[in-house]
Design a protein around this ligand. Structure first.
Ligand code: SF4
Ligand code: SF4
Length: 361
């Protein structure tokens, strides 16, 4: 049995903020919660695995699993964030950063105990209940906003796991919860927190900003200024007040405003964007979201920039450019859109422009 202090000392050397250990047993409590949600139609949700066994049996992801080292790294950039991008957006993709840190950790453990062992690293990639494992390991508790909260760092933490066949002394879960507080439910911008611990993902703005394709008008309005993610349920949380600010160079905030995204060249995105955790969705969706934000904020100064997007090769961009122009300045947009309609070939874009024109006639 490996002493957990040995593992934690290595974590500290690598500037890992939290390191706790749990075993590889099934997540029985969460299995029951998922079954209940399935019965009430609240699960599965977008972007989630639907197989309860794969979610709640960590041993299915690693043969010979004995222990799981759960690490958490503080990403608190709440002193610098803007209204467009979630605070978790760091300059380097956190998936890559955490993976590199955990690779170093495995190498150091091997050197320290002078013994080879099997290990597999996960960062937000495997379909198991990552927050439930972290809760069982004592990294924090699952809160009413469905995020994991640590008493020292709040919910501004990235999680990563090392599955291993090493037997390591384990930690206990924390005895902590939200108490009587319901602030996040009252301030949820998307009305997605419909009950404590119950996030209806398809209503959540963070999800809407990642959703592909056409977003219905009511949901566009709900997105407000958000180009990627939403932090309202974190910003309001008392556990996040006066918490240490992240000082890691790689995890500094990717501080870009709406103009940056409206001016993105789809075929030639900047290198700095490619290293972030939002690039996987592609520039088209980021531009779409910027067009929605410009419409919601009635950004008249970008009218001409948006008008130029009616010539974009992507019908999705033309669709949102048309809508955005009409929201920013309807009278000015009307003539432009009527003229554009004569040459527009995409049926969805044509239908949207006709819908906009009909509002006037
Ligand atoms: S991210 Fe925004 S919309 Fe989603 S639950 Fe939190 S406050 Fe609500
Ligand atoms: S705002 Fe209150 S209820 Fe919501 S997660 Fe924070 S402590 Fe829990």
């Amino acid at each position: 049995m490996i002493k957990k202090a040995l593992i934690k000392n290595i974590a500290e050397e690598l500037e890992i903020d939290i390191c706790r250990i749990t075993d590889g047993s099934d997540l029985k409590k969460y299995r029951e919660i998922l079954k209940e949600r399935k019965r009430s139609g609240l699960w599965p949700q977008p972007f989630t695995e639907s197989n309860i066994d794969r979610l709640s049996k960590p041993s299915l992801h690693f043969k010979g699993l004995k222990s799981i080292i759960v690490i958490a790294i503080n990403y608190n950039n709440s002193d610098k964030t803007n209204k467009y991008l979630s605070t978790y957006l760091s300059q380097k993709d956190y998936h890559i950063y955490l993976r590199e840190v955990m690779e170093k950790m495995v190498a150091k453990i091997k050197a320290e105990i002078n013994q080879d062992f099997k290990a597999k690293i996960f960062v937000d990639a495997a379909p198991f209940l990552e927050k439930a494992l972290a809760e069982r390991a004592g990294v924090g508790f699952i809160a009413k906003n469905s995020l994991l909260i640590n008493p020292d760092f709040g919910s501004y933490i990235f999680l990563g796991e090392i599955f291993t066949d090493l037997e390591i002394e384990k930690d206990e879960a924390l005895d902590l919860d939200c108490g009587e507080c319901t602030l996040c439910l009252e301030h949820c911008e998307g009305d997605a927190l419909t009950a404590p611990y119950q996030l209806e993902a398809d209503k959540c703005i963070a999800y809407l900003t990642q959703k592909k394709g056409i977003i219905p008008p009511a949901e566009r309005k709900k997105m407000g200024a958000h180009i990627w993610g939403c932090d309202s349920c974190q910003l309001i949380c008392p556990y996040n007040k006066a918490k240490p600010i992240n000082t890691k160079e790689e995890l500094q905030y990717f501080d870009k405003d709406i103009e940056y995204f409206l001016k993105l060249r789809r075929k030639d995105p900047p290198e700095e964007l490619k290293t972030t955790a939002i690039y996987w969705r592609g520039s088209r969706i980021l531009i779409r979201n910027a067009l929605i934000a410009a419409a919601n904020l009635e950004k008249k100064e970008y009218f001409d920039l948006i008008k130029a997007k009616l010539a974009d090769n992507s019908s999705l961009i033309r669709y949102y450019a048309a809508w955005s122009l009409s929201e920013i300045d309807y009278d000015k947009a009307l003539g432009i859109l009527k003229k554009h309609l004569a040459k527009e070939t995409n049926e969805k874009v044509r239908a949207e422009i006709k819908r906009i024109i009909l509002k006037h006639d």
